[in-house]
Design a binder for this molecule. Structure first.
Ligand code: A3P
Length: 325
């Protein structure tokens, strides 16, 4: 496995040995460590696995893409920093996108200057909060073996698919590699989607959350949306910083929910323009933020196709999604 520091992309020779398929707005996805990944991400992932040293106080926001990552990063940051930024007027979430405050470990280690990046990370205010889309088995040892905590979010695969397909087309509107919705669904059902198969990604964290409930908290977008107050408190308890009765009666939980709400975040100047991560427009992170929008895109045949595969893949796991029934 290649590991030269500063290497921009995974070496051609190594790529040749990986199974490859047509990508979503990228030319190809490669099957790397049992998940599908664009070639441009692979070296960054290897560097992350090799160099990142988790601290016991770290919090990792893990997710399948398009499942509510931006939202959960904001909520987690706000929960952990509520004493530092108690006034809603000067909160960093009003002037920075949550991906800027909670960096994605899958992308940080791309490119040169690994040591500068590591030294920046080690100087971050604790508790540090990071994001990742990597499946659980691919996380670095230090995340698994330290006492750091992982909060995972997923979403019903129907809405995740629609959100993913629209996002992929928006971020790269002139790409020669766009898929039609039917082609994209075909690939999605075969598991071929960035950081997929989606069921493997979800089930990896689902099983860990059952085996080690103090290490991994498993959330669903739909439940968070429907019972934000309950799950906000659940996350705070899990992170060993439960809200006090006084905080609750002072409206601290409600203020955090409001600050991180879709309507507020979507309409912030900081989120209306500019880019994040790899030149992706921040405004595309906020589309509808609804449960069940998939019904506006799926034909009965598409619904049957995805329902069947979900039933098959999740059967016996105890994990299910209401909208898929
Ligand atoms: P839709 O495309 O269905 O609208 P991710 O952050 O993982 O990329 O997920 C993006 C999805 O989360 C998008 O879904 C987006 O609109 C929605 N989203 C973004 N911010 C949100 C928020 N604060 N509350 C609820 N949903 C949000």
């Amino acid at each position: 496995m290649a590991s030269t520091e500063g290497m921009q992309a995974y070496e051609e020779d190594n790529l040749l040995s990986l199974p490859k398929q047509k990508g979503w707005a990228v030319q190809h996805l490669y099957l790397f460590q049992h998940f599908w990944c664009p070639s441009t991400h692979i070296q960054g992932v290897i560097n992350f696995q090799k160099h990142f040293q988790a601290k016991d106080s770290d919090v990792i926001v893990a997710s399948f893409p398009k499942s509510g990552t931006t939202w959960l990063k904001a909520l987690t940051f706000a929960i952990l920093n509520r004493q530092r930024f108690s006034s809603s007027h000067n909160h960093p979430l009003l002037t920075s996108n949550s991906h800027e405050l909670v960096p994605s470990l899958d992308f940080i280690f791309h490119g040169d200057n690994i040591h500068d990046k590591l030294s920046h990370l080690s100087n971050m205010t604790e508790p540090r909060v990071f994001g990742t889309h990597l499946p659980f088995p691919s996380l670095p040892k230090s995340i698994k073996e330290s006492s750091c905590k992982i909060v995972y979010i997923c979403r019903n695969p129907f809405d995740t698919f629609v959100s993913f397909w629209i996002f992929a087309n928006k971020i790269n509107p002139h790409s020669l590699h766009q898929l039609t919705m039917e082609e994209a669904l075909e690939n999605f059902c075969k598991g071929i989607v960035g950081f997929g198969p989606i069921w493997d990604n979800m089930l990896g964290y689902w099983k860990e959350s059952i085996a080690t409930p103090n290490k991994v908290l498993f959330l669903k977008y739909e439940e968070l949306k429907e019972e934000a107050n309950f799950y906000l408190k659940r996350v705070a308890e899990f992170l060993d910083c439960p809200f006090t009765e006084e905080e609750e009666s002072n409206g601290v939980t409600e203020n955090i929910i409001k600050l991180c709400s879709f309507e507020i975040m979507k309409n912030l100047e900081v989120n209306k323009s500019g880019t994040f991560s790899r030149n992706m427009e921040k405004k595309y992170l906020f589309r509808k933020g609804e449960i069940g929008d998939w019904v506006n895109y799926f034909s009965p045949a598409m619904k049957e196709k995805l329902s069947k595969i979900i039933e098959e893949k999740l059967s016996g796991s105890g994990l299910s999604f209401e909208t898929c029934l």
